[in-house]
Design a protein around this ligand. Structure first.
Ligand code: GRF
Length: 213
């Protein structure tokens, strides 16, 4: 059984998707938020999952906050730490501590559109395909080895909300899949690239929904 600790900052729909997936060999050991009002905390508590808050506002520096967060996370003995809409940039010290066992989901097809406002930027750029990426976290923001991506079409009438919703549906598919692969020990990082062991290479790690979504 792998202990998974999920970090959230808000509504926590990706966390919810991972919990609801009832992944084999996975125990959601805790859901931790940096915001006391994060909506996802209620869902987690309602599902019998331990919750904790480490409020970043209570710390004088990023280093102090990250040290307190790591102490909280380590209290749940995680095999894997999952960032699910966790809206704080983490220090290199924190990232190194969980090297190879820290995942993030980012709402774009990385390396396009790292950072914030990805859907607005995708619309502005006029790209025809957009999507989401699950990746291992490294010190550089939104830059680590890619585990799985899902692409969605960008349609002529899309606004930011419509595009975000289409991407989010895919996030809820690929994040549980990535966590399941990790728990099964199937993710191997080699020279900055991820191999998913034991699955058809043509199908592993990417996903395109039908174009009439
Ligand atoms: C998701 O779009 C995720 O990719 C991004 O922030 C959003 C969080 O949504 N990092 P939720 O809290 O999981 O509902």
């Amino acid at each position: 059984m792998k202990n998974v600790v999920i970090l959230i900052s808000g509504r926590g729909s990706n966390m919810e998707a991972i919990v609801r997936a009832q992944l084999q060999g996975v125990k959601i050991a805790a859901v931790i938020s940096n915001r006391p009002d994060a909506g996802g905390l209620d869902f987690a508590a309602g599902h019998g999952i331990a919750t904790a808050v480490v409020d970043h506002k209570g710390f004088a520096s990023r280093d102090h906050f990250d040290a307190a967060l790591a102490e909280c996370v380590d209290g749940f003995a995680p095999d894997l730490v999952v960032l699910a809409g966790f809206m704080r940039v983490l220090t290199e010290t924190f990232v190194r501590r969980y090297d190879g066992r820290l995942l993030n989901i980012h709402p774009s097809l990385l390396p396009s559109f790292p950072g914030l406002h990805t859907h607005a930027r995708a619309l502005e750029a006029g790209v025809r395909l957009h999507g989401a990426t699950v990746h291992f976290v490294t010190a550089e923001l939104d830059c680590g080895p890619i585990v799985v991506q899902a692409a969605v079409p960008v349609l002529a009438h899309d606004d930011e909300a419509a595009l975000a919703a289409r991407v989010l549906r895919q996030e809820h598919r690929i994040y549980p899949q990535a966590v399941q692969w990790f728990a099964q020990g199937r993710l191997q990082i080699d020279a900055g690239r991820v191999r998913v062991a034991g699955v058809n290479e043509a199908e592993a790690g990417w996903s395109v929904p039908p174009l009439d979504v």
